[in-house]
Design a protein. Structure first.
Length: 343
């Protein structure tokens, strides 16, 4: 069993910065995340998209922000347990917490911080008979390697930012793209819609609106998609010859096991106070998009503020007989030692 000061559930930006704030106060943390890479939504949903509202950083991508946060917490040697889902959080007789993951990793800590974004993300699936057998082969809910689609015929389903972003990204590399949307109004950024329509006008992209996919045909020899049937709201069904189908119907956030931990849940968020960012369960805290309080704003910079206050509260919980002093990283010798700053 791993003994630590704090178990942080979630390795997104707020979870990583929580480790930093805890480390400044001399507290050791172990991080757990269901994803196989750190960064949360920033790396899972929009690794290349620019972020403009991180203080003192005019612009950075999700991947760049994650890399910088990982660099920042290096002095604190936090344990990083990726691809593991927390299944048990139980208070022990000595008022600590026993935490276990689905793979059998066990922890004991006086405090737990939930920094799970809005929970785990699961793509809304294409509800066509047999579609699941093609997932990861020629049916995709996310793009891992854009080069896979070079010179291929693609059907892209959806009308949000992700769908149009990939239409624009792949338009010059793919042999042909057909964009299928169930409405004629798009949820994507207006500038992206304008660019997509320009591509359609130039004959680089076909668009089928007010329509949905109803069937998939495949090559029985190698189990690969060969065409997809599209049914417009009005008119006859169309068979579109494709090599790959990319589906972007959005992601459904789910709290998963967190919903079963006995916390005060507000829809799909967790109620906290604004002094400690503690949940209804003493010793369990929540920072970032997962929490709720009056005036809550789901911004990364707000989560960073929450992580700082939660760290001070946790330090006081672990050492109740000592006053927690505010020290500044610019001048404090203790902070410099913890950060590894040369004398």
């Amino acid at each position: 069993m791993i003994q630590t000061d704090v178990v942080v559930v979630g390795a997104g930006p707020c979870g990583l910065f929580q480790v930093f704030e805890l480390g400044l106060l001399g507290l050791k943390a172990e991080i757990i995340d269901t994803l196989k890479q750190p960064g949360g939504q920033c790396t899972e949903l929009y690794p290349d998209k620019p972020i403009y509202d991180i203080p003192a950083i005019p612009v950075c991508s999700g991947e760049e922000l994650t890399a910088a946060l990982l660099k920042q917490i290096e002095p604190f040697s936090a344990g990083l347990h990726l691809g593991e889902e927390v299944t048990i959080v139980r208070r022990t007789d000595d008022d600590k917490f026993y935490v276990a993951t689905h793979s059998g990793t066990e922890f004991e800590a006086p405090a737990v911080v939930i920094a799970g974004g809005v929970g785990s993300f699961q793509p809304r699936p294409l509800r066509v008979p047999g579609a699941e057998s093609f997932v990861g082969k020629t049916l995709h809910y996310r793009v891992k390697d854009p080069k896979l689609f070079a010179g291929k015929r693609l059907a892209i389903l959806g009308g949000g930012d992700s769908a149009l972003d990939w239409v624009l990204e792949l338009a010059n590399a793919a042999e042909h793209i057909t964009l299928v949307h169930r409405r004629d109004e798009y949820r994507a950024a207006p500038a992206s819609v304008d660019k997509m329509r320009a591509l359609a006008a130039a004959g680089k992209v076909d668009t089928i609106e007010n329509a949905k996919a109803t069937a998939i045909d495949s090559d029985s020899d190698n189990d690969m998609i060969t065409s997809i049937t599209i049914q417009p709201k009005d008119g006859d069904a169309l068979a579109i010859r494709v090599h790959h189908v990319l589906v972007f119907f959005g992601l459904a956030p789910k709290l998963g096991p967190i919903a079963e931990w006995g916390l005060d849940i507000n829809r799909k968020t967790i109620n906290v106070d604004t002094e400690k960012f503690e949940t209804s369960e003493p010793g369990i805290y929540a920072v970032g998009d997962i929490n709720y309080y009056p005036g809550k704003k789901k911004l990364i910079l707000c989560g960073f503020h929450e992580a700082a206050l939660a760290a001070f509260a946790i330090k006081q919980r672990i050492e109740p007989d000592k006053k927690v002093h505010l020290q500044y990283t610019t001048t404090s010798p203790i902070m410099h030692e913890r950060l590894g700053v040369p004398d």
